[in-house]
Design a protein around this ligand. Structure first.
Ligand code: ATR
Length: 285
């Protein structure tokens, strides 16, 4: 693939941003940032950028040299973006992964807005506070790691990390340091009930439900899947059948984008209207 194939055409006079991934064509980020830019009257252009699997660094450097101002980074490049950044925000450092880059001369600032996006969607949009609650985090991969410390910052009474591979859950729990109420378990050891249950596994990609007991959901528990789609995930259907309120990750997507937009442009867009439009568009798919 040539450099020109990889680098989107610039629109003269507009600051340029991209979402870089592979695959990337499905990404809703250009829609979201286009709407944010319209609302806040920012002179910016936002495109998809497909980088070869072995060509993330080159794609970023080409884009920067062409005057690019920033990028969102998606699968599978979040760890490479972490390595590329010359400076990291504390939350990117904690997550060990970067989903937002900001270019300023020779500086490449790496941030991670996934965790704050999840917390904003649950606390603000769903109206469910984490403070004093029993929280269960399913999964111990990159997605779980990105949200761990932002959830703990909201001071839940208890945070259990459950994962298919126990050692990964234990490693993640160790990152919480000495914070009280953090435990790591296998799915089969789970018992009791939780107020907020977050699915950060990738099981939903294959329409699978992590093997958790149905009794974990109390009436009024919030079941949150970090994935989203035109239909509820298998996890959300399972949770709803057992009394929970189900919510997918579309709001997290919009909120993490709003944080990136704020980092780049210094203004906060309205997320509600964009969320509603995006939901409508997804339902029509
Ligand atoms: P991501 O960046 O999406 O978190 P990852 O780092 O590959 O991707 O992690 C995937 C997570 O989903 C892991 O916690 C994985 O469990 P293991 O650590 O045991 O591999 C979990 N996972 C994937 N498929 C799953 C399934 N069908 N049921 C339960 N957990 C699953």
């Amino acid at each position: 693939m040539s450099t020109t194939d990889r680098t989107p055409a610039s629109v003269p006079g507009l600051d340029r941003y991209v979402v870089i991934g592979n695959p990337v064509a499905h990404s809703k980020s250009p829609f979201i940032h286009g709407r944010f830019a319209g609302q806040t009257v920012q002179q910016m252009d936002y495109q998809h950028l497909l980088a070869p699997l072995d060509g993330f660094f080159d794609a970023v450097q080409d884009f920067r040299q062409g005057g690019g101002k920033g990028a969102n980074v998606t699968v599978p490049f979040k760890l490479e973006a972490f390595a590329l950044a010359t400076e990291l925000t504390p939350r990117a450092q904690a997550a060990g992964a970067v989903n937002t880059l900001k270019f300023d001369g020779d500086r490449i600032l790496g941030d991670n807005t996934d965790g704050i996006g999840l917390v904003a969607d649950i606390a603000r949009n769903a109206g469910v506070s984490f403070a004093g609650k029993r929280v269960l985090l399913l999964g111990a991969g990159g997605a779980a790691r990105g949200v761990l410390l932002p959830i703990l910052a909201e001071l839940p009474a208890q945070l259990v990390i459950a994962n298919r591979t126990l050692s990964r859950a234990e490693q993640l729990a160790a990152q919480a340091g000495a914070q009280a109420g953090v435990a790591a378990l296998e799915f089969s050891s789970l018992s009791g009930q939780f107020d907020v249950i977050i699915n950060a596994t990738s099981a939903s990609i294959n329409d699978e439900v992590p093997p958790i007991p149905a009794g974990l959901f109390a009436a009024g528990s919030l079941a949150y899947d970090m994935m989203y789609g035109s239909r509820p995930t298998a996890f959300l259907n399972f949770a709803a059948q057992h009394g929970a309120t189900a919510r997918d990750g579309l709001g997290m997507l919009v909120e993490q984008a709003a944080e990136a937009f704020h980092l780049w442009r210094g203004v906060r867009p309205d997320t509600q209207s964009v969320f509603a439009d995006l939901r409508k568009a997804l339902e029509q798919q």
